[in-house]
Design a binder for this molecule. Structure first.
Ligand SMILES: [Zn+2]
Length: 93
């Protein structure tokens, strides 16, 4: 990714976001010929997937497609992790 040329003001704004721990600060900047890269350390695809999984699980959504899950698993008395459709195709695999 090519760095984005920024002014001191923009640099200060990015810095402020960084201070707040905001992920909006992530970027590739060029300031007075210097490259400043702000990126997430050790963020793997698995980590992103786990975050999505957790979020969907908390909201009672199918972890595959994000559709609302309506059926309760009689064993756990909690909502199924998957919607009707995905439960069906997963069982058959
Ligand atoms: Zn689904």
């Amino acid at each position: 990714m090519e760095p984005k040329k920024i002014s001191f003001v923009e640099l200060a704004q990015a810095w402020k976001k960084l201070q707040n721990g905001s992920e909006d600060a992530i970027g590739n900047y060029l300031y007075k010929g210097l490259r400043i890269q702000v990126s997430k350390y050790h963020s793997s695809g698995t980590e992103r997937y786990m975050r999505l999984y957790k979020k969907r699980r908390e909201q009672g959504l199918c972890i595959r497609c994000g559709n609302k899950v309506r059926k309760i698993n009689p064993h756990t008395e909690k909502l199924y992790r998957l919607c009707e459709y995905h439960r069906e195709i997963t069982d058959k695999m």
